[in-house]
Write a protein that binds this ligand. Structure first.
Ligand code: ADP
Length: 727
C-alpha cells in the first residue's frame, strides 16, 4: 500500500459524508492505487490505463452531479486524480445540501398552500393548450373540491367543470391577454366547488407567463389560485359594519373623539361631526387647534378636568362632569368618558372618548335638588308629622315635627317599633289599620292614636296612613298626623256632657209624659161631672158658667194632648209602614166634623194622587196633618163667605208632597220665622197652646222632611211639606 496515497485518500475523502455509491467508487480508487504500489517501488506511478479508468469514473461522477465543467486535462497522474476526487467530494456534498433544501421548500410550499387554500398549477402554452394536460397541485384539487387524479389537469376541463358560466369569458380574456401582451394576470372570479352550482366560491388567480429566453415566446403559464370567499365575506361584513359605524358616528348627538398622545403635541385622530351641535366649533376647527377642547372648558371647571385626566396616564378610565362654553358664549353641561391606551412601556399613547351634552339632565337634577330642599323645609316647618314605617312597623323616616311633638330626637325614633311609641290600648287599632291598608293599598286610612311623650304621658294624634310598600320612591307605610290632644279632650268632654244631657232629656220626657197622662184622668172625671151637672140644671146663669168651665177644661185637655203628642214624638222610634193617605184623610175629616160641631161650615177639599208605595210613620203624619187642618179651621176668616181648607197630596216611592191651603186670616210676614217656635202665638187672642206648629216641625224633622210656608194676611195660608219615603 502506498502510504502516501492512503494518506491522501484519508485526508481528502471522509467516507462518512459520502453517499454509498461513491464510497464504492473510492474503494476502487484505493484498490487501484494499492495495486500499483509495490514495496520495491514505493512511489511507482500507476499504470497509465488504470489511472485513465479511475480518472474517467471520477469525471462521470461529476456529470451525475450535473457539473461537467472543463477538467484539467494535464494527465492522469496521482495529484490530478486527487484534485479530481476532491472536487467530486465537494460536488457530492453540494448536491446533498441542494436536495435537502429542495425537500424543505417543497414541504413549506405544500403547507403554505394548504393553509392559504391556495393551489398552484402549470399549463403549457400551445395552440391547443385547452386540451394539453399540465400540472395541478394537490391543493388546487382541494380548492376545486375534486379528488386528485380524477380528471386530467387541462385548462379546458378546469373552465368547463368549475368556472362559473358568467365568468368563463372573463377568465379566458385575461389569460389570452397575458399570453399575448402583458405576461401576467391577477383576477378574481367565481367557481362552482365540486362542480356544484350551489357551492359558489370566489377565487383569486395570479398567472405568470414563462418565456423561452432565446425567442421570447410563451412556453407555459404558472400560477396560483386561492379561495378568497371567506376573506371576501369577512371584508363585506366588515365594510357593512364600517358603513354603519360611520353613519352612527355621523348622526350621534354625542361627540366621539380619538387623540394620539405619542408625539410631543397631542394630535386629534378623529372627531365626530356632532361637535358642531355641542360646541359650536366644527371638526376642522378642532383639528386646527389641538388645545381647543381645553380652551372651551369653563374656567372654574378646568382644574377638576385636569385632575381627573391624570388617571388616564395610569391607564384608568376617566369620567367627569363639567361645563363648557360654546362658540356663541352659551354654557353647557357635559359629561366626558375617556378610555386610555398605554404602550408596552406603560406610556399613554392614545385616548378615545365620548362627550355627552347633559345640560337638560343637569338642570333637571338641580331643579329637583332645589325643589327637594324646598319640600324638606316645608316638611320640617310643618306642624304635621310625616313618618315612613317599614313593613315590620319600624320607623324609617320621621320629620323634625314629630320630635317637637313627643320630645324624642329623630335619631331616637328611627329604628324603633311603632308599638313602642303608641299607647298599649291603641295597639289593636294599629293592627286594624295595617289590615285595612293591606286590603286597599292606595286608600289612606284615618286614625286617632295616643303617642308616648318623652317626659311622660300621652298625646292624641289624628291623621292618616297609606300603604306605599310597593311605591316607586318611598317604600313603606307613610303616615301624616298632628297633635289633637286638646281637640280630643274637648270632644270627649262634649260627648260626656251630651250623654248626660240626653239622659236628663229622656228622664224629662218620661216625666212630662207620665204627668200629662196622669193629669188627663182627673180632667175626664171633672168633665164628666160638669156634663152631668149641666144636664141636671136649667138655670141659664149656672149653665153659662158651667159651659165656660167645660171650655177651659177642654182647652186644658187639648194642651195636655199636644204635650203627649210631643212627648211621644220625642220618645218613640219611627215605625215605618206604607201610608194610606185616603184612610188617613177620612179620619181627619171625621175628626174635623167633630171639632166643627156648632160652627159655620168649612169646606174641606182633599186631592190625593198616589203614584206608588210611600212609606213613613203614619201616626206621626196623622198628628201633623191634624194640627195643620185644625189650625186652618181655627184661623178661618169669619168675613169670607166660603171658608175652605184644601189638602193636596202627591205621593210615591220617592216621597210625598203635601200642601195644606186655606183662605183664612193669614199670618203677617214678620212672624213667618217664629211660627214654628214652642208656645208661639201670633196674638194673645188665639185660644191655642202655641205648641201645634212646634210639634209639626219636630215631627217633620223626625221624618227627615222639610216644611215651608206662604201666607198673606187677609188672603190665606199655605203650608208645603215634603216627606221622603222611608221604606
Ligand atoms: P196654637 O195652638 O196657638 O194654634 P200653633 O203653634 O198651632 O199654636 O200656631 C201658632 C200660631 O200661628 C197661632 O197662634 C196662630 O196665630 C198662627 N196660625 C197657625 N196656623 C194658622 C193658619 N192656618 N192661619 C192663620 N194663622 C195661623
Amino acid at each position: 500500500m502506498n502510504k502516501e496515497v492512503k494518506h491522501l485518500i484519508s485526508k481528502y475523502f471522509d467516507e462518512d459524508h459520502l453517499p454509498q455509491a461513491y464510497v464504492a467508487l473510492f474503494d476502487e480508487i484505493s484498490q487501484l492505487l494499492e495495486a500499483r504500489t509495490t514495496p520495491t517501488h514505493p512511489s511507482t506511478p500507476m499504470a497509465n490505463a488504470d489511472l485513465q479508468a479511475v480518472y474517467q469514473r471520477l469525471r462521470d461522477s461529476l456529470n451525475v452531479f450535473g457539473s461537467s465543467q472543463d477538467m484539467d486535462e494535464r494527465g492522469a497522474d496521482l495529484s490530478s486524480l486527487i484534485l479530481l476526487a476532491k472536487r467530486v467530494k465537494k460536488e457530492c456534498a453540494n448536491k446533498i445540501i441542494r436536495q435537502q433544501k429542495q425537500l424543505r421548500e417543497m414541504k413549506h410550499l405544500k403547507t403554505i398552500q394548504t393553509l392559504a387554500s391556495a393551489g398552484s398549477w402549470e399549463l403549457p402554452v400551445t395552440d391547443d393548450e385547452l386540451c394539453q394536460p399540465g400540472y395541478w397541485s394537490e391543493e388546487l384539487f382541494a380548492v376545486l373540491g375534486a379528488e386528485p387524479g380524477t380528471l386530467a389537469p387541462t385548462a379546458g376541463a378546469f373552465r368547463k367543470n368549475y368556472v362559473h358560466p358568467d365568468d368563463r369569458q372573463y377568465l379566458s380574456t385575461a389569460v389570452d391577454k397575458a399570453i399575448k401582451e402583458t405576461g401576467r394576470y391577477d383576477i378574481e372570479y367565481r367557481i362552482y366547488r365540486g362542480g356544484d352550482p350551489k357551492q359558489k366560491r370566489t377565487v383569486r388567480e395570479i398567472g405568470e407567463l414563462v418565456r423561452d429566453e432565446a425567442t421570447g415566446r410563451g412556453l407555459r403559464l404558472i400560477g396560483v389560485t386561492f379561495d378568497i370567499t371567506d376573506i371576501r365575506n369577512t371584508e363585506r361584513a366588515l365594510f357593512k359594519a364600517n358603513v354603519e359605524m360611520r353613519k352612527l358616528f355621523d348622526v350621534m348627538e354625542d361627540v366621539f373623539f380619538s387623540v394620539s398622545m405619542e408625539r410631543y403635541e397631542q394630535e386629534i385622530l378623529q372627531m365626530s361631526p356632532s361637535c358642531v351641535q355641542l360646541y359650536g366649533y366644527s371638526v376642522e376647527e378642532f383639528f386646527k387647534d389641538p388645545d381647543l377642547w381645553f380652551t372651551v372648558i369653563y374656567d372654574d371647571d378646568k382644574e377638576a378636568v385636569l385632575e381627573n385626566n391624570k388617571r388616564l396616564s395610569r391607564g384608568e378610565s376617566s369620567q367627569v362632569v363639567y361645563r363648557i362654553r360654546r362658540k356663541n358664549g352659551e354654557l353647557r353641561w357635559v359629561e366626558s368618558r375617556i378610555t386610555p391606551t398605554l404602550s408596552h412601556e406603560g406610556k399613554l399613547v392614545r385616548i378615545d372618548g365620548i362627550v355627552t351634552d347633559i345640560t337638560k339632565r343637569r338642570e333637571a337634577e338641580l331643579a329637583l335638588a332645589n325643589s327637594e330642599l324646598k319640600f324638606r323645609s316645608l316638611l320640617e316647618n310643618s306642624n304635621d308629622a310625616i313618618t315612613v314605617a317599614s313593613e315590620e312597623l319600624k320607623f324609617l323616616f320621621v320629620t323634625q315635627s314629630l320630635s317637637r311633638m313627643i320630645g324624642y330626637t329623630v335619631d331616637e325614633i328611627i329604628g324603633t317599633s311603632v308599638f313602642d311609641l303608641i299607647h298599649p290600648d291603641d295597639h289593636a287599632t294599629v293592627n286594624s289599620l295595617v289590615h285595612a291598608m293591606e286590603k286597599d293599598p292606595d286608600a289612606p286610612v284615618h286614625f286617632e292614636l295616643r303617642f308616648r311623650v318623652k317626659d311622660g304621658g300621652w298625646i292624641w294624634c289624628e291623621g292618616s296612613v297609606v300603604n306605599h310598600l310597593n311605591g316607586d320612591i318611598v317604600k313603606g307605610y307613610i303616615g301624616n298626623f298632628r297633635d289633637v290632644t286638646y281637640k280630643i279632650r274637648y270632644r270627649k268632654a262634649l260627648e260626656a256632657s251630651n250623654n248626660r244631657l240626653k239622659k236628663t232629656n229622656n228622664e224629662l220626657d218620661r216625666f212630662v209624659y207620665s204627668v200629662s197622662h196622669d193629669l188627663r184622668a182627673p180632667l175626664a172625671s171633672v168633665l164628666g161631672l160638669l156634663e152631668y151637672t149641666m144636664s141636671e140644671t136649667e138655670d141659664e146663669d149656672v149653665l153659662q158658667d158651667l159651659g165656660m168651665m167645660k171650655g177651659s177644661i177642654e182647652k186644658l185637655d187639648r194642651f195636655i194632648l199636644d204635650i203627649l203628642d210631643y212627648s211621644r214624638n220625642a220618645r218613640l222610634e219611627i215605625k215605618v209602614n206604607t201610608v194610606d193617605f185616603q184612610h188617613l184623610l177620612a179620619d181627619i175629616r171625621d175628626n174635623l166634623k167633630f171639632m166643627h160641631a156648632g160652627k159655620s161650615a168649612l169646606r174641606f177639599d182633599v186631592n190625593i194622587q198616589e203614584n206608588g208605595a210611600f212609606g213613613s210613620d203614619e201616626r206621626r203624619i196623622s198628628i201633623l196633618l191634624n194640627n195643620l187642618v185644625s189650625n186652618a179651621m181655627r184661623y178661618a176668616d169669619p168675613e169670607k163667605p166660603d171658608p175652605f181648607v184644601e189638602v193636596t197630596i202627591v205621593s210615591g216611592a220617592g216621597g210625598a208632597d203635601i200642601t195644606v191651603r186655606d183662605n183664612g186670616i193669614g199670618i203677617p210676614a214678620e212672624y213667618h220665622e217664629k211660627i214654628f217656635d214652642m208656645f208661639f202665638r201670633v196674638s194673645e187672642k188665639s185660644n191655642g197652646s202655641g205648641l201645634g206648629l212646634y210639634l209639626v216641625k219636630e215631627t217633620i224633622d223626625k221624618l227627615k222632611g222639610r216644611i215651608s210656608l206662604q201666607s198673606v194676611p187677609g188672603e190665606g195660608t199655605t203650608f208645603s211639606i215634603f216627606l221622603p219615603s222611608l221604606l
